[in-house]
Design a protein around this ligand. Structure first.
Ligand SMILES: *Cc1c(COP(=O)(O)O)cnc(C)c1O
Length: 468
């Protein structure tokens, strides 16, 4: 039976075919693909049909298309989406670590088509991928040579497999760390084919511990930055300079997994100094590995710097081929490294460094500007306060250092149901077209504003809460 369009508004909804033919849908189809748009359009029409009754007004076509765009945005599983990182953790692994500088984003787009990734334009012969960044990395670290792989975990795997496959590697018990996300140093060593020889104790390792562990089966010496944890109190580690002396005496290569590995002295920005690759090389390490997307502020990559013959040995390992980076990563990394040529401008140019260097009073003023509008959006059940907060660097850099920060604390006014209401609000924020990611502490939703650069854009995103 046909529904009567006069008495039944459901009949005034467009058919699926008519909706799909609307020229205004062309851009959604270009963005999401015809199949996805069709699925969501079908879902939207079905939802509307079940909600409408005889007295309802049928949404005009413009509103249907906006609703469809929102549905398409909100469906997971179609690729990473931008989010607002208001967690207070600047380099957040679950949120994609370092946001890239504008010049790196432009370089990625420029390299995305055909590019000279492995072509030597001078000779016309096959080129070496590493050449796009090697000179820049060497300039900044004082290294003889450098190579780049997929991430620092891959760098560690390649180092161990190249120099210690089927051999022993003594490592201090204080450095046998789990980085998170199932990266445990002993597991990686086993997969690299090396045998871990634990030396020293959790809190103290001495020179003699290493010297006594070296046998004819030893392949290399290896030092690991303890990354996301710190030992305080009665504590002793063997310095890289001492390890270099031991390695030299036994003609063994020495590598240091630095983890975050900053290319600038962070004390310039009021942070504690992290060991830099250049320090590690100057102290006698043959090889140093570090991440591209931690304190460096670039794309995901593992950078290894060191002696030329050692880097060449890494390049000859067939695993290097399996761990190599793509043209997009190389383009972004080269662009970020070029920015390091002008130290004075680093905080302006590199988002990670800008966020780390932001003074608390700046962030507090921003919180004060946002508190009113956010309170208006949330309505009278919520109290929105400007509060002092402590941000973290994240990703294993200076794990005990807190950065004085500020933000909004959002508090359900009634005692009853506060926990559930706060969690529900957090969920609503995660469901926005550009999700807002905060954290809950003591039944308050905290939005740390250290990583917020465009406050108007955040407010625009939050407008979606009214609908949610
Ligand atoms: C982060 C880290 C790694 C892993 O690096 P990814 O770039 O995440 O693969 C390895 N070692 C240390 C010490 C780290 O801090």
């Amino acid at each position: 039976m046909q529904a009567d369009p006069i008495t039944d508004p459901r009949a005034r909804l467009p058919s699926l075919d008519r909706l799909m033919d609307d020229p205004a849908l062309a851009s959604l189809i270009a963005q999401w693909g015809r199949r996805n748009v069709l699925n969501e359009a079908r879902g939207l029409l079905a939802a509307l049909r079940s909600q409408l009754d005889a007295s309802s007004v049928v949404p005009p076509p413009g509103e249907l298309i906006t609703a469809l765009a929102e549905r398409l945005q909100a469906v997971p599983g179609r690729g990473p989406r931008p989010v607002w990182n208001l967690t207070g953790t600047v380099i957040h692994t679950n949120l994609g670590r370092a946001p890239l500088p504008a010049s790196a984003i432009a370089a990625m787009a420029a390299a995305a088509g055909s590019s000279d990734v492995e072509l030597d334009l001078e000779s016309g012969n096959r080129g070496e991928r590493d050449q796009h960044v090697e000179r820049l990395v060497c300039d900044l670290t004082g290294a003889e040579a450098a190579t780049v792989v997929n991430n620092n975990a891959a760098a560690v795997l390649l180092l161990l497999n190249t120099f210690a496959e089927g051999r022993e590697v003594p490592v201090s018990r204080g450095e046998l760390v789990e980085i998170g996300g199932s990266f445990r140093m002993p597991d990686i060593m086993r997969r690299a084919g090396s045998t871990l020889v634990e030396v020293g104790t959790t809190n103290r390792t001495h020179r003699a511990d290493f010297e006594n562990a070296i046998t004819p089966a030893t392949g290399m010496l290896f030092k690991v930055h303890p990354s996301n944890y710190a030992i305080a109190g009665f504590h002793q580690e063997v310095s890289i300079a001492t390890m270099a002396e031991i390695a030299r005496n036994h003609s063994l290569p020495l590598a240091w997994d630095l983890g975050s590995g900053s290319l600038v002295d962070l004390s310039r920005y009021g942070l504690a100094r992290e060991p830099m690759p250049s320090d590690a090389l100057a102290a006698g390490a043959d090889l140093v590995s570090f991440s591209g997307d931690k304190l460096l502020g670039g794309p995901q990559a593992g950078i290894i710097v060191g002696k030329r013959h050692a880097i060449e040995a890494l390049r000859r390992n067939p695993l290097k081929r399996a761990l190599r980076v793509d043209k997009i990563t190389l383009a972004a990394l080269a662009a970020v490294l070029r920015l390091y040529g002008d130290e004075a401008r680093l905080p302006q140019e590199i988002p990670v460094l800008r966020m780390l260097a932001r003074p608390q009073r700046d962030i507090r003023l921003q919180a004060e500007r946002l508190a009113g509008p956010v309170s208006d959006l949330l309505g009278p059940n919520w109290e929105v306060l400007t509060v002092a907060l402590a941000s973290q660097i994240g990703s294993g850099a200076l794990p005990v250092a807190n950065l004085d920060s500020a933000g909004l604390a959002i508090h359900w006014r009634q005692d009853r149901g506060r926990g559930a209401a706060t969690e529900a609000l957090q969920r609503r924020l995660r469901r926005l077209p550009i999700p807002v990611i905060g954290r809950i502490a003591q039944d308050r939703l905290l939005l740390d504003l250290r990583c917020l650069d465009d406050e108007q854009a955040l407010l625009d995103s939050l407008q979606g809460l009214e609908a949610a």
